[in-house]
Design a protein around this ligand. Sequence first.
Ligand code: UMP
Ligand code: MG
Length: 251
Amino acid sequence: MQNIHQRACRKIGKYLKIYSDIFNSRLLRETTVQRRKFTSSSPKMAPRNSPRNLRVLLDMDGVLADFEGQFLKNFREKYPQDPFVPLEDRSGFYVTKQYYALGQDIGTKAFGIYEEKGFFLSLQPIEGAIEAAREMADMEGVDVYICTSPIKKYTHCVVEKYQWLDKHLGKEWMERMILTRDKTVINGDLLIDDKPNITGGMSPPQWQHVLFTSWHNRDVTLQGGQVRLDGWLPHSGWRDILERKRQEINK
Ligand code: UMP
Ligand code: MG
């Protein structure tokens, strides 16, 4: 009786051993596959200390497109009898604020100028801007994005900003477009923008502000980590600003 019992136990033990061998070998195979899966994707990851691309955010109005010049031209053509603010006398970011100071009705007329259909599409490129944007986008180690705020009355503005980019820089630039009323939450290394105080939900923002000189900000004192850029012509030094930042982020 005891013999039968011992034989049965040995048999069960043998089956258990076979089962555990199968189970362990499957487990081992799966783990190896998992490990292989992980290691096969790792060559795509950048090696630890390899330099990363510099991310540049480019504003449109006042940096690529001449908002101020077109505004004045249209205002004077539409309201030749009304007082206006010559570009040399512009101060403060909001052109409408300065026109409201000339009279409530003048301010309302000023608002209407850039809310009109066709205004944003008609803006002339700022001298050297298109060439600089193209060159920047072609630079190795530099990623360029357009970062622009539409007006609240967006009907024409939003679509015309896309059309403007398509017209002057081409279809492939649609991929670079960022439309936002809050630029502080956008991730970048440099923001090239003519607005002196850019505030929003993220304080401080991740980017360094390159203040692009415009009529309204000529006399503004730089603050925080701001640097100034006086236009897009070769002597303006935009390439040096980018190069310095690229070195800084890869230190
Ligand atoms: N803008 C106004 N009022 C002004 C001047 C400009 O609403 O007096 C708008 C025009 C642009 C926006 O859509 O502000 C400026 O956009 P950025 O250049 O900051 O992206
Ligand atoms: Mg601007």
